[in-house]
Write a protein that binds this ligand. Structure first.
Ligand code: ATP
Ligand code: MG
Length: 414
């Protein structure tokens, strides 16, 4: 039998209800903040991700699903949502001045990364993302982070930690990168091979390396907060003030750098306990340089993405509320004749018009087999339409939980 590709998941009907509940809740929350949903393609030209996510990132370096289409153009399955969202906004003029600024958009997408598959780390996964285009203000950062915090509160997750950091702008990073290079150069022999390269290309990436040895070396590396320029420092302090006044609990973790090259200033992560090493459920930050990077006017922007699989893992772990699948209410069975079947269909059609969930016999089964099917399907009430019932206009309705039976007029039922 053909198996599904490694790192993908089938979401069966019994679980889809959980997903629908999460999607509905997120849609409602997003609209409270004035976010509108956007759709964009599953694949884009490869240069979009190369330029936005960045050549030195893990994603572009080793995780992308890239192939040439039949016309010979290199295309890539989206590894994340921000690049596509920004490209779509630029191409359609959302930030051109014809629409209100800031623009706030959200998306709920599948994303694709060729990963080392583990619990909470898949090759096809789902992200809910929110992006804000056109504001420099730390109030925008605070609102976005507050939205994130509200998501976890709404889903009843209490064991979630918010960690924030500032990774500065191009200017502060020049001096910081030099300091990092000097520090890591002393350890070049012990760094992993990828990090040996990163020392040249982007030493900040080393801070995000998952190898235990690199982590240990990184623990004593210089921290970015000591290198922030006045503007970045002020922005970060103001953000913390606003969060504190509004009761959003956070800790500053100067080691957060995030996996994407495009971040500037604020970065943040919401981390769940009990999800193992894949505890970061939501990550985001500011990316003031991205619009220019892909050919637009300079536009300050920020956003976050949350992994739905990891959210679900955390919700299951922390025993948060998740709905049960909705079951049909009625089973309207029938005898084998066309006349009996037709009557059952009419009753079912009438009930469905009124909004009841109804099953009928569509496999020509015996009475006994029909009742077994009704029971297995979890219906609340079941009946069988025979010639007698059609003549008398009355049916015997069985309550499947108690086993009680009741005579009901077909007209009354409908
Ligand atoms: P990590 O450090 O765990 O690799 P990342 O920094 O690559 O994460 P982002 O690109 O910031 O992750 O994506 C945002 C969120 O999307 C993550 O916090 C996580 O919840 C989810 N996510 C990222 N990669 C995967 C994956 N391979 N499988 C499942 N969820 C993922
Ligand atoms: Mg990653």
């Amino acid at each position: 039998m053909i198996q599904r590709p490694k790192g993908t998941e089938d979401i069966l009907p019994a679980d889809v209800y959980k997903w629908q509940y999460i999607e509905k809740t997120l849609t409602e929350l997003a609209s409270l903040y004035g976010f509108y949903e956007i759709h964009f393609p599953v694949f884009e030209y490869t240069e979009l991700f190369a330029r936005s996510v960045g050549e030195s990132s893990d994603i572009v370096g080793k995780e992308m699903y890239t192939f040439n289409d039949r016309g010979g153009r290199s295309v890539t399955l989206r590894p994340e949502g921000t690049a596509g969202a920004v490209r779509a906004s630029l191409q359609n003029g959302l930030t051109s001045g014809n629409f209100p600024l800031p623009q706030k958009i959200w998306y709920n997408i599948t994303a694709y990364r060729y990963e080392n598959v583990q619990k909470g780390r898949l090759r096809e996964f789902h992200q809910f993302g929110a992006e804000v285009f056109g504001s420099n203000s730390p109030y925008a950062d605070a609102e976005l982070i507050g939205f994130g915090a509200q998501i976890f509160a709404k889903f009843g997750l209490n064991n979630i930690d918010l960690e924030i950091n500032s990774i500065g702008c191009k200017e502060c990073r020049k001096t910081y990168t030099a300091a990092l290079r000097e520090y890591f150069a002393k350890h070049i022999e012990t760094l992993c091979d990828t990090c040996k390269n990163r020392l040249e290309t982007n030493p900040m990436r080393i801070l995000d390396c998952k190898s235990p040895i690199c982590k240990e070396i990184a623990a004593d590396a210089p921290i970015i907060l000591d290198y922030l320029c006045d503007e970045c420092k002020e922005h970060f302090e103001k953000l913390q003030q606003i969060l504190t006044i509004n009761g959003v609990k956070y800790t500053v973790n100067p080691r957060i750098v995030r996996g994407l090259d495009y971040y500037t200033k604020t970065v943040f992560e919401f981390i769940a306990s009990g999800v193992g090493t894949q505890g970061t459920v939501l990550g985001g930050g500011r990316y003031d340089g991205l619009f220019e990077e892909i050919g637009g006017k300079p536009t300050p922007a920020l956003g976050f993405a949350m992994g739905i699989e990891r959210l679900l893992l955390a919700m299951t772990e922390q025993k948060a509320f998740l709905p049960e699948p909705v079951k049909p209410i009625y089973y309207i069975g029938s005898g084998a004749s066309d006349n009996e079947k037709q009557k059952a269909l009419e009753i079912a059609a009438g009930l469905r018009k009124k909004g009841f969930r109804v099953l009928t016999d569509i496999s020509d089964r015996s009475f006994k087999a029909q009742m077994k099917y009704a029971d297995k399907s979890g219906v609340k009430f079941a009946c069988i339409i025979g010639e007698n019932e059609i003549q008398s206009g009355e049916i015997r309705m069985k309550d499947m939980t108690t086993g009680d039976e009741k005579i009901v007029k077909i007209e009354e039922l409908m």
